[in-house]
Design a protein around this ligand. Structure first.
Ligand code: WTA
Length: 632
């Protein structure tokens, strides 16, 4: 990997080169991958449409880069080490040779089931090795996977299946998560009642819980696999810009949108960012605690790690099961060298004190990382002192589902860290700050909305089935710029600190949730007239969800009505979207034109009632007083 940055000087040199000649820079990185045919043109772009294409007319298959290319030198090296939820079950190791074989055979199963290039395959599984196998098998034959996080409800799955027009589903009977057995297949069955287009469901048997298998539609993974013997299924030749996957994510309006990533650009940037940010060395064991249902798992458990020939350590369960020392046991047991986790996980482990760390060595660790939300200084120092023992660099990586890979981050041990700061852009990334009017804010010690002014290889290509939505969401706010939705501060040394979303997207325990989505779910509940949802500072989750609800008539038994409404939200979206606080109100603060003033509601939720700002434009200032008095 000739593109690994080895010194601060090289970082500066590579960064400068990537801005002066982006095409030349990325071509020299892309040269180091396996292509069936090289590209004609490196980049063509227009942010107004938007239309971004990288490595035009290049032909490749990403699984040849993840698997086949490593067979000769690394065939016996672990590609995936899997640690089960329960401590009494043995772990599993899949070497590159075994993973290659498994992927080829499952790809043959998919092909025999009628899956064709370009088909969208919905994957709803727990964190078992068969999940990356399913993803790679799709990629092998050119099918587009859409992984849905195991915490989403049947209704959410149905929405995503319909939006993507999926005819195939891959799932598990159930999933183990901590003390719970989650009946995934049951949830799929509920979803499929609304999705008659689905003609095949392949079920991997994990928990052996009872499942309903529908004749002609549902088949068992292990039985299908027995029927094929192809251990070297040829990979489909894909165009550089062919979609690799869809991943649904929340925005500020309406339903979640399907972010589409391309094959070549995503591959190049996922691998480049992995190798550089974590300063990956041969023999590293990379432990990313994210769920593969989110972008972090896609890029830094599956594609980036495997393309780089690394070893991905994946864990089925949760950090606190069977006790709050589990992650540290896993690190010691498998001698993990890199640990990549979320601030919310660190905060929840911190709350258990230092006892769970007793007797854990953690001496194998070399690099620590965080992702998903701003990290508070207390959590940063706890991570540094107690996990890294002040000898492991911590990389604070800022990025998004739409960016495909890490955008702003220090480079482990090479560029400086600063607690709470994602610090500097990776080569190829050109961040800018703008004010509300879109005017660029120059200089240092300034704040603004974070935009990116030049394409990078893994930028979102479209939102599935609705390109206009991609334009309005990301490229319309500020002409000629990609808008991230995040606010940001650039300090006196030019280092970036993400201050949080400036749109109506919440970040709850590192999960993105749109306030509009939660409001829509609440409004579906009987008796609800209107609702407004805001985020507030939460010690463990980063942000909590606060819902203000107007009912047709004030409930007699508020606790009961609240529980019912939470149940509706769980049904419509999933348990992750349940508000932490619910307040029943008679009215909401609105402007004369009928717009809810969320700024005021946020302040009340955060208990900052001394300074509510200008309330003179309110239709009825009296409602504010009532809401303040009833605050929960
Ligand atoms: C937030 C997750 C501060 C940010 C990879 C972004 C962060 C959203 C960081 C994307 C970080 C992610 N510091 N905030 N290091 N990383 N975020 O799409 O608000 O699930 O816009 O991607 O998470 O969330 P997503």
């Amino acid at each position: 990997m000739n593109y690994q940055i080895k010194s601060y000087e090289q970082y500066q040199k590579d960064y400068a080169a990537s801005v002066a000649d982006p095409q030349g820079f990325w071509a020299s990185v892309a040269e180091q991958f396996v292509w069936r045919k090289k590209w004609d043109t490196v980049l063509q772009w227009d942010f107004l449409k938007p239309d971004v294409q990288w490595f035009i007319n290049g032909k490749l298959n990403i699984t040849e880069n993840c698997l086949d290319r490593h067979l000769a030198a690394l065939g016996d090296r672990p590609a995936i080490i899997w640690e089960p939820n329960g401590t009494d079950e043995p772990h599993r190791v899949l070497t590159y040779a075994q993973l290659h074989d498994y992927v080829c055979r499952f790809a043959a199963v998919l092909r025999n089931s009628g899956v064709k290039k370009g088909d969208r395959i919905c994957i709803y599984m727990g964190m078992v090795p068969e999940l990356p196998v399913a993803m790679l098998a799709c990629a092998r034959i050119g099918a587009i996977h859409s992984v849905i996080f195991g915490g989403f409800s049947a209704q959410s799955i149905a929405d995503r299946l319909q939006d993507a027009g999926s005819e195939f589903v891959i799932t598990c009977d159930g999933a183990y998560r901590g003390p719970k057995d989650i009946p995934l297949k049951n949830t799929i069955d509920d979803a499929l009642a609304a999705c008659p287009a689905v003609k095949r469901v392949i079920v991997y048997q994990r928990t052996h819980c009872p499942v309903s298998m529908i004749k002609g539609r549902d088949v068992w993974w292990h039985e299908e696999l027995q029927a094929v013997s192809e251990s070297n299924l040829p990979a489909e030749e894909m165009d550089a810009e062919d979609p690799l996957f869809i991943l649904y994510t929340s925005g500020s309006t309406g339903k979640p949108k399907g972010v589409v990533h391309s094959t070549a650009g995503y591959m190049v940037y996922a691998t480049y960012s992995f190798v550089n940010v974590f300063q990956v060395q041969p023999g590293d064991i990379h432990f990313c605690t994210a769920d593969i249902g989110w972008i972090t798992g896609h890029t830094y458990i599956v594609y980036g790690v495997l393309c780089a020939g690394g070893t991905s350590l994946m864990y089925e369960g949760i950090p606190t099961y069977p006790d709050a020392g589990r992650l540290w046991d896993i690190v010691d047991k498998h001698q993990a060298t890199i640990l990549y986790t979320a601030p919310t996980a660190l905060r929840s482990l911190m709350a258990h004190g230092l006892q769970p760390l007793a007797g854990k060595s953690l001496s194998s660790l070399r690099v620590l990382g965080t992702v998903g939300e701003p990290i508070n200084e207390e959590a940063w120092h706890w991570y540094d002192d107690h996990i890294g023992k002040n000898r492991c660099p911590i990389v604070d990586t800022w990025w998004q589902t739409e960016t495909g890979g890490i955008m702003l981050s220090n480079i482990a041990g090479i560029t400086p860290a600063k607690p709470g700061y994602a610090t500097l852009p990776l080569p190829g990334i050109q961040p800018v700050l703008v004010d509300e009017q879109g005017t660029l804010i120059y200089g240092n010690d300034v704040s603004g909305n974070l935009c990116i002014r030049f394409p990078w290889p893994s930028i979102v290509r479209t939102t599935y089935g609705d390109h206009e939505r991609c334009r309005t969401n990301y490229f319309a706010a500020y002409e000629g710029l990609y808008f991230t939705g995040d606010g940001c501060y650039r300090d006196e040394n030019g280092m970036y600190r993400i201050t949080g979303r400036v749109d109506d997207v919440l970040n709850v325990s590192g999960h993105r949730i749109g306030t509009a989505e939660v409001e829509n779910a609440i409004n579906m509940h009987t008796g609800v007239l209107e609702s407004a949802v805001v985020g507030y500072l939460h010690d463990l989750k980063g942000q909590g969800i606060y819902a203000y609800i107007i009912m047709q008539s004030m409930p007699d038994d508020a606790a009961h009505t609240q529980a019912d409404i939470l149940q509706t939200i769980t049904r419509v979206i999933g348990a992750i979207a349940r508000p932490d606080k619910v307040q029943f109100v008679h009215g909401l603060p609105k402007t004369r034109s009928g717009k809810i003033m969320r700024r005021i509601l946020r302040k009340i939720a955060e208990g900052e009632t001394d300074n509510l700002g200008d309330t003179s434009t309110l239709l009825d200032p009296g409602v504010v007083e009532e809401i303040m008095q009833g605050k929960v």
